[in-house]
Design a protein around this ligand. Structure first.
Ligand code: CU
Length: 70
């Protein structure tokens, strides 16, 4: 199991956090998600054999938020 924290722009409230969490939890291989609009942070635990950071970032974008790549 891998874990990563992504910086996500556009989340403004708990509703946004829940949208991102629900979207990522629907991905195969994602085990747990937490999101903080205040910190612009999304923490994901995932099975690297089933998904990867690109897939996770893509899903966040599909949900309407932007991922800051560093
Ligand atoms: Cu919101």
């Amino acid at each position: 199991m891998e874990s990563a924290t992504l910086t996500v722009n556009g989340m403004k409230c708990g509703g946004c956090e829940n949208i991102v969490i629900a979207k990522l939890e629907s991905l195969d291989g994602v085990k747990s998600v937490s999101a903080s609009s205040a910190d612009k942070a999304v923490k994901v635990e995932f099975d690297a054999g089933k998904t990867n950071l690109q897939g996770i970032a893509q899903a966040i974008k599909e949900a309407g938020y932007s991922v800051i790549e560093d």
